[in-house]
Ligand binder design. Structure first.
Ligand code: FAD
Length: 470
């Protein structure tokens, strides 16, 4: 019998429950484990998945083929088109003698529809299906108030989450054992297209990903609290692209953190505790998404904010996308995103707030643009981040709290090193002149500010007040 592991966003050998369970089952019935990945570029593009992120996925799949081959597990990487192409491709494998399929669930709507189609096929053909829910550290729905409700606010969610961690601990699955040699003849399906290597500066072997994670937990996490807000410093783990494709699991991060910094992890405000908190945010937004699926349909969590009439000026949006707003920190951040596919968290907050509350553009425009560029694009985290910044979400910043991009810049890029790196037009500027270069005359080659922050702020308050009835 063949045990088929359908890999999607769990592209790792260690701590892969689907893979591990399939190997255990194969050990019992002397079966063969076959892994499968289906590239679905049409659906990825429909979700605005960034080309860089698609490249990272394909490169990681190739690396995993080698890693699994060392365990005698073939990984069949197939080129599909959209999600509807998955069902016939899986159907084509069933005659190999597939006894069961193993996969990790996904929470978004179209992904669920894809999996339902496949489940129906498997049921019709008498093939067992095993779905595992390990995208979050604590499964969605498992952290609830005393009244059994879902938390809509982060702090009590986190308190409950930490209690759960203290009582249940964390479980990771080991690397599966070497499988016996096999002589499986695979059907000729269209092979996955080769990656274009655009994400090439991000290593993709599991060993390198795990080393990055371990090094961060060993050497840098203790300074995380002090350094994490400064984009000129590499003070964060930069693991998000890997967490997004499952090259490493969040469970592995917590297990390693516990090993390296167990005591600090429980001390509020220590680097380890604050980093753990970020991983809890990751869980939080996924739990919210599962509990309130209307978020997937581009609705605001706070329904009344959907009534705001955003002016949505195209030219302003285009200037923001290009990093030509005349606000140096915003421009540097947007250029970092455009050039590298990654953006520091502090800058994501600043640029998101700027788009909505200074340029008065619907947060969904920005959410979509981020998705189309981010290497770590993740629906729940991106949607949660945007709704937080736009003050439309669950645990949102109150709408009257509006970032001042110039003071944010002075505070979080005090020497201007980050700005100078991405805005060469300002390389000769220092001090206050760098954060606001328009005091006397805008330097040659740099853009004049496209809005006045104080004016824009007043308009934002009016836009919100109109729908909040205040
Ligand atoms: P670290 O600081 O090392 O944190 C470790 C991990 O915790 C991250 O890799 C990430 O998986 C998780 N995490 C950290 N902060 C958050 C958060 N606020 N919400 C949810 N998870 C978090 N993160 C994404 O992974 N994908 C996105 O598409 C995304 N879009 C965002 C959009 C906006 C407007 C904002 C404000 C934030 C967004 N974030 C997103 C969250 C955060 O900015 C990134 O996770 C972080 O910058 C990644 O860098 P890192 O791996 O060095 O993070």
């Amino acid at each position: 019998p063949v045990h088929l592991v359908w890999l999607r966003h769990d592209l790792r050998v260690y701590d892969n429950q689907a893979l591990y369970t399939a190997c255990s089952a194969a050990a019992h019935d002397k079966g063969i484990v076959l892994a499968l990945f289906i590239a679905t570029p049409q659906s990825w593009n429909a979700h605005q998945m960034a080309p860089l992120r698609q490249d990272l996925l394909r490169r990681r799949v190739q690396a995993m083929q080698t890693e699994l081959a060392a365990l005698n597990i073939p990984l069949l990487a197939v080129e599909g088109s959209d999600y509807a192409s998955c069902e016939p491709l899986i159907a084509a494998l069933l005659p190999l003698g597939v006894k069961a399929l193993y996969a990790q669930v996904e929470y978004e709507l179209r992904e669920q529809r894809r999996d339902q189609q496949v489940s129906i096929l498997l049921a019709q053909q008498g093939v067992a299906a095993h779905w595992f829910d390990r995208l979050c550290i604590m499964p969605p729905g498992s952290i609830r108030t005393q009244q059994g409700e879902i938390y809509k606010v982060f702090t009590p969610f986190k308190r409950n989450w930490l209690q759960r961690l203290a009582s249940d601990g964390i479980q990771c699955y080991p690397k599966p054992a070497l499988q016996p040699e096999h002589s499986l003849l695979l059907p000729a399906l269209p092979p996955m297209q080769a990656p274009d290597q655009s994400s090439g500066h991000w290593p993709v072997s599991e060993a390198e990903i795990l080393t990055r994670m371990r090094n961060f937990c060993q050497q840098r996490v203790s300074a995380y609290q002090q350094e994490r807000d400064f984009p000129a410093i590499a003070g964060t783990s930069q693991l998000s692209p890997y967490l997004a494709i499952g090259g490493v699991s969040a469970q592995q991060c917590v297990a390693r953190l516990q090993l390296e910094a167990n005591e600090a992890m429980w001390q509020e405000k220590s680097g380890a505790a604050v980093w753990l908190s970020e991983l809890i945010w990751r869980d939080f937004y996924k739990h919210i998404l599962v509990a309130f699926p209307h978020l997937i349909k581009h609705r605001a969590f706070q329904a009344e904010t959907d009534l705001i009439r955003w002016p949505n000026e195209q030219a302003r949006f285009a200037a923001w996308c290009r990093g030509e707003t005349g606000y140096p920190i915003v421009d540097a951040a947007m250029r970092q995103l455009n050039q590298t596919g990654w953006m520091h968290n502090r800058l994501r907050m600043i640029t998101a707030s700027f788009l909505v509350k200074d340029l008065h553009i619907d947060w969904r425009w920005g959410e979509q643009y981020f998705m189309s560029k981010l290497l770590d694009g993740d629906f729940a985290a991106n949607n949660g981040g945007w709704q937080w910044a736009a003050s439309t979400g669950t645990d949102a910043a109150p709408y009257f709290r509006i970032f001042n991009p110039v003071t944010q810049s002075e505070r979080f890029d005090p020497n201007g090193d980050f700005i100078r790196q991405f805005v060469p037009e300002l390389s000769a500027k220092t001090g206050k002149d760098l954060h606001w270069p328009h005091r006397l005359v805008t330097p040659k080659g740099y853009v004049k500010p496209i809005v006045d922050h104080n004016e824009a702020r007043k308009q934002t308050l009016a836009l919100f007040a109109a729908v909040k009835g205040k």
